[in-house]
Ligand binder design. Structure first.
Ligand code: SSV
Length: 140
């Protein structure tokens, strides 16, 4: 299965008193990963977000398997879990890289609904064609 990779080196700002990564950061990296995907592969969708398109996160989760620490190099690997008319399910694996060795540190999932803002209201709309096209190569 093809994955989209986001690389990250953990900084002190992401760790807690005990020295390991505070759990909220894993969700931030899900966000960083998906926005870089749009920036790289469907930049017109970023433009559309300024014109009333809303990509609404309707759920997200993370399963924590092992601790991460400052200066750990991690790769977040994102793949497409499911694609419907207006919803995208993204799956994430968080790998810690040390030399040649990679360890799975966490897993996550989130679902995004494509909607259009209309005044105060929002209505579901199809996944934008350019995004659907970009997603094709990441189908599980
Ligand atoms: C500002 C805002 O609302 C941003 C939302 C971003 C949503 C991005 C969705 C990207 C989906 C990428 C899927 C890739 C699967 C391999």
């Amino acid at each position: 299965m093809r994955t989209y990779e986001y690389h990250h080196v953990i900084g002190f700002e992401e760790t807690n008193l005990v020295g390991n990564v505070y759990y909220v950061n894993h969700l931030r990296w899900q966000g960083r990963c998906r926005e870089m995907f749009l920036h790289d592969l469907a930049p017109d969708v970023l433009q559309a977000l300024e014109n009333g398109l809303a990509l609404v996160t309707i759920r997200c989760s993370c399963e924590y398997l092992s601790e991460l620490f400052a200066f750990d190099h991690i790769i977040v690997r994102m793949s497409l879990g499911a694609l419907t008319q207006s919803r995208i399910t993204l799956q994430f694996e968080y790998w810690r890289v040390k030399g040649q060795q990679e360890t799975l540190a966490a897993r996550g999932e989130q679902q995004v609904a494509c909607m259009q803002r209309e005044g105060e209201q929002m209505r579901a709309v199809p996944v934008p064609p350019s995004l659907r096209e970009a997603l094709r190569q990441y189908e599980a």
